[in-house]
Write a protein that binds this ligand. Sequence first.
Ligand code: BTN
Length: 245
Amino acid sequence: MEQPWPIINLNSVSSTNNYASQLLSENKIVEETVIMAYKQEHGRGQQDNIWESEPGKNLTFSLVLFTNFINARKQFTLSHCVSLAIVDYLRINDLKAKIKWPNDIFVDDNKIAGILIENSILDKTLQHSIVGIGLNVNQEKFSDRATNAVSMKKLLSKDFVLQEVLKSLLDCIKNWIDFLKTNNYQDLKKEYLDNLYGFGEMKKFISKKVEFQGTIIEVEETGELVILADNGRIQKFMFKEIQFL
Ligand code: BTN
């Protein structure tokens, strides 16, 4: 496949998402672009977490997409696509990855990739999206703060060439964005649920300090997680409102 997007390779940057946001605010991004960094000084994770990554060992990049084909209420569909693309890429490499709602990528009980999507909305549609991805590739040791982190190298005992990983992963992302453009939500959701960690299984959760057991039965277009709790009630949760235990 032809290279789907041009790539800007940076040596050191605060955060590729911040860099992309800065370029967008200065109208300096005229076409969809990938910003890849050897090193991030302040890599950002979800919920104000820090994203740690040893310089030169992993993929830390942001893809700037013009997403006015996505209704603002359905912005989570983009996260479906990106999660599925990472799962696809890992499957090509014989790693059975799963999506842990909303969009963490796990192999067994360990996190191998994280996604931070920042959308700007104009009227009722997205205007552009900064899709930040951290994929652990060649890093072997992780800090005590990242106890459940894992990398492709740790799982497969070999090194990968980062630019090749990036290219293949971008191909997978392009495929899923094309899928989003040409299919309805039901089709996309089916794929997402098929690859969702814990779907249809009894799991333990915590919400507002209350622990409970339940089964994930649905994920809405808005991103809401729908759980059938063991008390028989169906409950819906937005991001940050619930955690797996
Ligand atoms: C998570 O918390 O799981 C999301 C992690 C996202 C990390 C990536 S690395 C590239 C991009 N730039 C950032 O500052 N964060 C994202």
